[in-house]
Ligand binder design. Structure first.
Ligand SMILES: [Zn+2]
Length: 363
């Protein structure tokens, strides 16, 4: 994974009940015989519940979120804090001479847990807390991330009961809940912790179309937004491994959000696959080691910095093609006559130029 390929990013539909029987409330609602539905153990914050889908702005781009019980839910099991999004576009194009604000995206690069340490606490009323301790033990023995019981720290993960399985992505500041319904397994908990440390769903990779086909015709109406890449949804991110990892614990299954029992995600040869929720795959741990370097199993023991700074690899100048759209520094721009144009909210095109990573209007 080179970028968050482990992208671990987002969500899906079913999850296991205590009896290991899959529960698929969406399919039940649509009258599909769930006995025909292959096992699907995906996480949902509010299984069986739907909310109004509304567009909000995150890092200057419009993304769809579902408002369920007052929570802003993105891709099934990711919760947005109210102050992470706005109803109006965040300013990302400035006039010359204007000083850009410090408003930065909350992309995963800025929302890692410092020093590889995730502080946490467990709600005393959470049943079967071994799900949490087992999931944490799994993380600590397979990654360099360390989990420390909170003692007054202000930023921490709080494992608490909820209607489904859900998490925020990355460290958001303050207390951030991971909700675990009784049906959320240890594997689901490992998945939600993946979100909390910054992973997107694996099928949200930018390059996912090289490996999978999304069958939009089989997706339950109103849930299509769950199948966007993180980039299409306005997020920053990185693929940290070179290919999509079908073994990733962050991958949706072939039947996630199906409206008809037919697969919503298939491999390029048309075949289906099942999503595992047993543990982190080798691809998962590879990506996590890029985000949280250190010796595996030592929990946060980070290698000392090299005495000599590593040379920054020089990247070839990108070649932009006139007539093509690109998304750069949060703005979707059209290349035309070797200049950049973007479409303003009220219509019309504005020429802009990129200076030190910030877009400025060209008079
Ligand atoms: Zn998820």
């Amino acid at each position: 994974m080179k970028k968050r390929s482990l992208i671990y990013l987002l969500p899906a539909v079913l999850f296991m009940s205590c009896s290991d029987e899959p529960i698929n409330e969406l399919e039940t609602e649509t009258g599909i015989d769930k006995s025909e539905i292959p096992f699907d153990n995906i996480e949902l914050a509010f299984p069986g519940e739907a909310g109004k889908v509304a567009d909000v702005y995150f890092a200057g781009k419009k993304i769809p979120v579902e408002n369920i019980n007052g929570s802003l839910v993105y891709q099934g099991d990711i919760i947005f804090a109210d102050d992470m999004v706005t109803n109006l576009p965040i300013k990302i194009v400035y006039n010359k001479g204007e000083k850009p604000s410090q408003q930065k995206s909350v992309g995963r690069t800025s929302s890692y847990w410092p020093d590889n340490i995730v502080f946490y606490d467990i709600d005393g009323s959470l049943p079967d807390q071994s799900r949490v301790t087992d999931a944490i033990a799994h993380w600590e023995s397979n990654t360099a991330v360390k989990f420390v019981q909170r003692s007054g720290e202000s930023n921490y993960v709080y494992f608490t009961p909820g209607g489904g399985c859900s998490s925020y992505v990355g460290m958001v500041g303050g207390r951030q809940n991971i909700t675990l319904a009784s049906g959320c397994s240890t594997g689901n908990t490992i998945h939600e912790i993946g979100h909390a440390v910054g992973l997107w769903h694996e099928q949200s990779r930018i390059d996912r179309d090289n490996y999978i086909t999304i069958n939009f015709e089989n997706i339950a109406s109103g849930t299509e937004h769950n199948f966007r890449t993180y980039e299409e949804s306005g997020y920053d991110g990185d693929e940290f491994t070179s290919t999509l990892d079908f073994g990733s614990i962050m991958l949706y299954s072939s039947y996630s959000f199906s409206n008809n029992g037919q697969p919503t995600i298939v491999k390029k040869d048309g075949s289906t696959y099942s999503a595992q929720r047993s543990g982190l795959s080798s691809g998962d741990t590879e990506g996590i080691s890029s985000m949280y370097p250190g010796e595996t199993g030592t929990g946060g023991t980070v290698a000392p910095p090299p005495t000599e700074p590593e040379p920054t690899p020089t990247e070839p100048e990108p070649t932009y093609i006139n007539g093509e759209y690109y998304t750069i520094a949060g703005l979707t721009v059209l290349r035309k006559k070797d200049k950049w144009l973007y479409k303003k909210d009220r219509g019309g095109w504005q020429e802009v130029e990129l200076i030190d990573g910030t877009w400025y209007n060209v008079d």
